[in-house]
Design a protein around this ligand. Sequence first.
Ligand code: FES
Length: 147
Amino acid sequence: MTKLTVNNQPVQYRMDPATPLLWALRDASNLTGTKYGCGRGDCGACTVEIDGEAVRSCRMTLAEAEGRFVTTIEALSRDRSHPVQQAWVAEGVPQCGFCQSGMIMAAAVLLKKNPNPADADIDAAITNICRCGTYPRIRAAIRHAAR
Ligand code: FES
């Protein structure tokens, strides 16, 4: 059994400790806002916050997540008032939307660390991939949230 904290709730997973955290979140906790894209750590669709860092949850096992504090998009979206979420709406960021929960998680972590990032900081921090090419609106939304 693997114990960790997910969205401020203690959680115990009775799954193989080698299971990627992504599948524990989606399949056992029904937190399906965290998406599966590549499964290789490349695309960032599966990004969650773990102990203040943006982490690709497809590349972290349950064993590696033991005892850690995980935040998913559902925690940010709960009351629709998170500044990053509001900025995403104001700037009309998503196109197909599939990658956006990972983008928002990465942006939220960036803004915690750097409340007023320059475009170069945004480009360095947000390594997630968007096949619709919404990068200019992502930069605009992060600048919007930083205001
Ligand atoms: Fe994890 Fe693509 S699904 S990085």
